[in-house]
Design a protein around this ligand. Structure first.
Ligand code: NAG
Ligand code: NAG
Length: 402
């Protein structure tokens, strides 16, 4: 029986000790790095939106072309985990993605076969809207941390990949059903979370994510915890809400959520929580309400909304009511980090908002995406066993980093 407390010191380079340590049980967490690719930031809004549109429409017939017409730019803001594959392991920097479920390597660092590598001979291909890969499915030993090892994980090995410069692939921790149709002749491909659970390494099929806002180009400030949660990463209690039954949000880590601004409801619908999307996307009708309530104007240089300093001073919290709890996104959390303005084609003195237009009106069954700019303020839990999503405040909820 595995202990229910799995948390330990995570940031290898940080001098801060976690309140719980190895004496409490094996380490079930792994630190990861946020990387802001300054050279790729221009155009990242188009890329991020392409992914958002793809997530919102991939289950609909006839809308697939939309994503193919958008040029791919490479990953600009990513949360990367250093994952070992093979024995001896080669380390790959993989994007932490709750919005897809295939784990694959080989985009940049080429796959190194060892005695643990076995080709299944089957073809794998996945499209992300902002990129795609195809190649061959292997099974191999995957090492997330010293105590999170999967001896035989099905992984994709890319023979071609677009949109993934600066990364080696994806650690897909979405629901397993998203892998349907990705590997020839295979119904679904168990995720790393599924395998850690089925092999008995964790006692609950669950993964928790801690992000923090930052303006540094590269910083190890994220944490992924399997099977449990890390109490040092959130404050108060975790609010759990059932995965929504509304399709297509129900295929992802989908939730029901009401969004209010200045006491007015601007959206009450189903959508998703997604670590692989950078901005917060709202359905067009809700986005327009937010735009008019804040007085923001569209900025063509960045593709984001822009506010004056007076409008910024007057900005109210953007409230996300989830499972009966209000998660308040502060004014500072609603803006793009100003020190990075020029990298996205903006001017250093301007103030840009991180709430963007999903591109279709609400009522589509996936009417919002709570991306990294949301998750940097709230701890999140993806619980397959309980079919629920958990959220909590963090010490960074009200940080003024931006
Ligand atoms: C896409 O990229 C190609 C090749 O660089 C370029 O010719 C084309 O104009 C681009 N299209 C758009 C819509 O940006
Ligand atoms: C954030 O600040 C607001 C306004 O001061 C306060 O009401 C709220 O409780 C704070 N939230 C957290 C999680 O500290």
């Amino acid at each position: 029986m595995v202990s229910s407390v799995f948390v330990a010191a995570l940031l290898a380079s940080a001098a801060v000790a976690s309140p719980l340590s190895e004496r409490d049980g094996p380490v079930r967490s792994t630190a990861f790095t946020k990387k802001i690719n300054l050279g790729n930031l221009k155009g990242f809004v188009a890329r991020d939106r392409a992914r958002a549109v793809h997530l919102a429409t991939r289950h609909k017939q006839g809308t697939v072309q939309a994503r193919q017409s958008i040029n791919v730019t490479n990953e600009a803001v990513s949360y990367l985990a250093a994952i070992g594959v093979g024995s001896p392991a080669t380390t790959y920097n993989l994007i932490i993605d709750t919005g897809s479920s295939n784990t694959w390597v080989g985009a940049e660092t080429k796959y190194v076969k060892t005695s643990t590598s076995t080709s299944t001979g089957k073809r794998v291909s996945v499209s992300y809207g902002s990129g795609s890969f195809s190649g061959t499915e292997y099974t191999d030993r995957v090492t997330i941390s010293s105590s999170l090892v999967i001896p035989s994980q099905s992984i994709g090995v890319a023979s071609s990949a677009t949109g993934f410069d600066g990364t080696d692939g994806i650690l897909g921790i979405g629901p397993v059903a998203l892998t349907a149709g990705t590997v020839s002749g295979v119904s679904t491909v168990p995720t790393v979370t599924d395998n850690l659970y089925s092999q008995g390494t964790i006692s609950r099929s669950q993964v928790s994510v801690s992000f923090q806002p930052t303006t540094q180009q590269e910083v190890t400030n994220g944490e992924l915890t399997f099977g449990t949660t890390d109490a040092s990463k959130y404050t108060g209690s975790i609010t759990y809400t059932s995965v929504t039954t509304t399709s297509p949000a129900s295929a992802y880590w989908g939730i029901n959520q009401q969004v209010t601004y200045n006491s007015a409801s601007i959206l009450n619908s189903a959508g998703i929580v997604d670590t692989g999307t950078t901005l917060i996307y709202l359905a067009t009708d809700a986005f327009k309400k937010y735009k008019s309530a804040t007085g923001a104007t569209a900025d063509s240089a960045t593709g984001l909304l822009k506010v004056t300093s007076a409008q910024y001073s007057a900005l109210k919290p953007l409230n996300f009511v989830i499972g009966g709890t209000t998660f308040a996104l502060s004014a500072n959390a609603q803006i793009w980090p100003r020190s990075l303005n020029t990298y996205i084609g903006g001017t250093s003195s301007s103030i840009y908002l991180i709430v963007a237009d999903l591109g279709s009106n609400s009522g589509e069954g996936l009417d919002f995406i709570n991306g990294q700019t949301f998750l940097e303020r709230f701890y999140s839990v993806y619980d397959t066993t309980g079919k629920r999503v958990g959220l909590a405040n963090t010490p960074y909820t009200n940080a003024t980093t931006n």
